[in-house]
Design a binder for this molecule. Structure first.
Ligand SMILES: Cc1cc2nc3c(=O)[nH]c(=O)nc-3n(C[C@H](O)[C@H](O)[C@H](O)COP(=O)(O)OP(=O)(O)OC[C@H]3O[C@@H](n4cnc5c(N)ncnc54)[C@H](O)[C@@H]3O)c2cc1C
Length: 382
């Protein structure tokens, strides 16, 4: 750890790790094979008290740091199940930070009583990295907004009760930075229809699907934040969940490293243990170095966010580094297992597949390079 965990953080880590080992490890392979998640899993996670702990913001609650600690532990067992359980933690917290009055009270009590899955729908077929190309429209009505358009990739949609939809409140095609707004939409709203789930080569267990919106009515109270602030909110709010995605990458890389250590102890080559070969030891040491660096960058970003500082640059650095790190570690691990690492006889093959999403979800690597560069010009370099 870059700095010592507080007693609360240690307890969180132990609870998350024990849940991961007892509930996730046993089902991870089957969930991956069947592309499905048992419906009771989220209830069990709710029963640990972890998701409700993160709902309310308090002074010094260290939300992002603590959520990253939990995400990493869950991801050590399975990145797909960790995404399924932790993405709603980030999104529900975001919703609560923007909802007001009775809507907020009702949402909070629903989240406290039982699991609430909220998805996030920004990406469209022609607007992934380029958010200002987004076409889903939100037209003002007498009571709120009417949403129409199609979102291409949203995680957990089939399990979700709510989806945060990013839509255009400005004229079609306008590329101004105040063109977008966020809306909280119940998934059973008239006019909302889920498309066919995408098959994915990694994170197979979670559902990534399109969603069609046809004249979906949303009351003004379900507009999250100020109209036209959607792009800025992507920067601020997603700095939190983006750091969480980086933490998922560290969990995956740690698992690959541990499998490599175990394999090096058991596998015999040229009459000796594989880990007697210097190259094997050095490659394992490199993994450890890069995992430690990724975690330190995540903690720097998380701490800055928790302190209310502008952490756009730090969270992009953490996500970019974790994305490259987890691909390097899992690819190296696959090679160190020889053919076994390619054939699916070990967990390493799944880890390579799961690692890939870290560099795509919540912004591809070049997007984060752009953010880092823009921040260097604006805030200066280190
Ligand atoms: C498993 C999974 C889960 C997802 N979950 C969600 C979700 O819950 N909600 C949601 O809204 N979206 C989700 N997405 C979508 C994801 O966020 C987008 O796919 C991602 O932002 C990239 O957008 P794109 O696919 O349109 O790629 P494009 O934007 O078309 O990118 C194409 C290529 O251009 C590169 N590129 C981008 N910008 C630059 C640049 N400035 N310079 C040079 N090259 C560049 C990219 O790296 C990529 O190689 C998910 C995707 C996956 C795979």
């Amino acid at each position: 750890m870059p700095w010592p965990l507080t007693a609360t953080q240690q307890a969180l880590r132990e609870t998350a790790s024990s849940f991961a080992m007892s509930e996730l490890t046993a089902i991870a392979e089957e969930c991956d094979r069947e592309a499905a998640i048992p419906s009771e899993l989220i209830e069990r996670f709710h029963a640990t008290g972890l998701p409700t702990l993160f709902l309310e913001s308090g002074q010094d609650d260290d939300f992002v740091t603590n959520a990253c600690i939990v995400a990493e532990e869950l991801s050590y067992a399975c990145a797909a199940l960790a995404s399924y359980l932790m993405l709603p933690v980030f999104f529900n917290r975001i919703v609560l930070s923007y909802l007001k009055g009775d809507d907020r009270a009702a949402f909070l009590s629903a989240c406290l009583a039982s699991p609430v899955v909220t998805s996030f729908a920004a990406s469209e077929a022609r607007a992934g990295s380029d958010m200002l190309a987004l076409e889903t429209s939100a037209t003002k009505t007498a009571t709120g907004y009417r949403l129409t358009g199609r979102k291409e990739y949203s995680s957990n949609l089939r399990q979700a009760q709510y989806v945060i939809v990013v839509a255009r409140t400005a004229a079609s095609g306008e590329r101004a930075s105040d063109a977008l707004s966020w809306f909280l939409v119940p998934t059973d709203s008239p006019g909302l229809r889920l498309g066919e789930r995408w098959p994915t080569f990694g994170l197979r267990a979670i559902d990534v699907s399109p969603v069609e919106l046809t004249d979906v009515e949303v009351p003004s109270s379900r507009l999250l934040g100020e109209p036209g602030r959607g792009l800025v909110m992507m920067g601020h709010s997603l700095a939190q969940s983006r750091t969480g995605i980086a933490a998922l990458g560290v969990g995956v890389a740690r698992r690959a490293r541990d499998l490599v250590i175990e394999h090096g102890r058991r596998r015999q080559l040229y009459g000796d243990k594989l880990n007697r070969m210097q190259d094997y030891r050095f490659r394992t040491a490199d993994m450890e170095k890069n995992i430690a660096a990724a975690r330190a960058l995540i903690w720097v970003a998380a701490r800055a966010t928790d302190r209310g500082e502008d952490a756009g640059k730090e969270s992009s650095i953490a996500k970019l580094f974790a994305s490259e790190m987890v691909m390097n570690v899992t690819t190296a691990a696959s090679g160190m297992f020889g053919s076994m690492g390619y054939t699916g006889q070990t967990q390493v093959e799944k880890l390579v597949r799961d690692a890939r999403h870290v560099g795509i979800v919540e912004g591809t690597d070049p997007t984060h390079k752009e953010i880092i560069f823009a921040n260097m010009l604006r805030r200066g370099a280190y």
